[in-house]
Ligand binder design. Structure first.
Ligand SMILES: [Mg+2]
Length: 425
């Protein structure tokens, strides 16, 4: 029998597969030539509005695009530049799991909540984008295949703590007019002032329900704002308003309190936007007993970790409804992910004005919104194409003077104290 080397076999298999589709793409040909790509650079950018995007470049010329949570965008960009870039350089971007493990475990002392997983999320999303471009497959196919061509989305309407019931009702009504079949009222309280104005909250929900009518789904996000007794009382009262999703009613750290609320109310309780890894979601499931898990792909260390969290959700028969408030890359990543891993047609989060964001001007592709649904992109990877000004002009035109694109990696001069006591001065 004719013996083929493993490399020759893989090359021929790739050639056959690609040939059926009309020939090798340059990126696929580069991969097939020696089965490796190399990361040549990570370029983080802080954009208007505080968004942090990252470009991962390879020696084949193909690039991947990712996004980190905007909450720590400047710090995330610096972490990418100083800590992650040297670790990822020369690695094969298609070895996503190995890349993830190296980046995570070599930097976990930066803190495994917040900044570190958010910065890692941007890189991981970009690596999946590269894999999609190399194979010319959309991300949903690489993740296992979409269950639906479009995803039902809800308008996520924030600022309830500082708005009047009439103002929130008007915005919710506008969302319904635009075609949304579900809305969420977000209070944005935080855990600092619990139970600030419960009667106004209830009045707001009643006004919103009146404005959107009985057919539009209503979700309610307290953003950590209630004590446990209040969360239980409100949770029982909002059942008659048809609320289908009761999010973060108590402080995010109070797992025991969540468990009490879940036990006492019938409306499904949601949480998870402040959890970052599979291990934190394991604890949220085991100790808080919430019904709906909400990983955020630009926070929870990326698509790779979100897949593991989805497996946890499936293992424990929990509903999955990711947190998602970013208009472009975050939206695309979430559409792919939810079309594969969310088993039902539960409405997924979309910020109220996300489709009107000026960030869309960076891309030649547009999201298709119709009937309260967003079409899942079908282009390679994320399915987003940057405009002709790509890469630098486009990014620079969007960057504020105070937050220009971060310069390439340069060595940081070590601080040498004159004496040990200087450290303390
Ligand atoms: Mg929330």
């Amino acid at each position: 029998m004719h013996q083929l080397s493993r490399q020759a076999f893989l090359q021929s298999a790739v050639a056959v597969a690609a040939g059926a589709a009309g020939g090798l793409t340059p990126a696929l040909a580069a991969w097939a030539a020696d089965q490796t790509l190399r990361v040549t650079a990570l370029e983080p950018y802080v954009l208007q509005g505080g968004r942090c995007f990252v470009l991962v470049r390879t020696d084949a010329g193909i690039t991947g695009l990712g996004e980190a949570s905007p909450m720590n965008s400047v710090a995330a960009a610096k972490l990418i530049e100083t800590a992650f870039a040297p670790l990822l350089k020369d690695m094969n971007p298609l070895d996503i799991e190995r890349c993830w493990e190296k980046l995570y475990y070599r930097t976990y002392k930066q803190g495994v909540m917040g900044l570190q997983p958010e910065a890692l999320a941007a890189i991981d999303i970009a690596l999946w984008d590269i894999l999609g471009k190399v194979t010319e497959m959309p991300l949903h196919q690489l993740l296992g295949g979409k269950r639906r061509d479009s995803v039902r989305v809800y308008a996520s309407i924030g600022g309830g703590a500082h708005a009047t019931p009439a103002e929130m009702a008007k915005r919710a009504e506008q969302a319904a007019v635009e075609g949304f079949t579900a809305v969420k009222v977000r209070m944005d309280y935080g855990p600092v002032t619990p139970d600030a104005d419960v009667e106004k909250d209830l009045e707001m929900l009643r006004e919103v329900r009146k404005a959107i009518g009985p057919e539009v789904e209503l979700k309610y996000d307290v953003n950590n704002g209630y004590s446990v007794p209040t969360a239980i009382r409100v949770g029982k009262m909002i059942e008659e308003l048809g609320v289908v999703h009761y999010e973060e009613p108590v402080a995010q750290t109070d797992y025991a309190g969540y468990a009490q609320v879940v036990e006492a109310v019938d409306v499904p309780v949601a949480a998870g936007e402040h959890e970052y890894t599979r291990w934190q979601f394991r604890d949220l499931i085991d100790q808080a007993h919430v019904d709906i898990l909400q990983p955020d792909l630009v926070k929870c260390a990326g698509i790779s970790e979100a897949v593991k969290i989805a497996t946890l959700a499936s293992t424990h028969h929990k509903l999955l409804c990711p947190h998602q408030t970013q208009p472009t890359i975050g939206t695309a990543a979430n559409l792919h992910f939810t079309s594969v891993f969310v088993q039902n047609d539960m409405a997924q989060e979309l910020a109220e004005n996300a489709l009107k964001s000026p960030l869309h001007e960076m891309f030649t592709t547009r999201f298709e919104f119709s009937g309260g649904r967003l079409t899942v992109p079908n282009g390679p990877g994320l399915g987003l194409e940057l405009g002709r000004a790509y890469p630098r002009g486009c990014f620079r035109s969007m960057a504020t003077p105070a937050a220009r694109p971060i310069s390439p990696i340069r060595p940081i001069r070590p601080i040498t104290p004159r004496s040990p006591l200087d450290i303390l001065s």
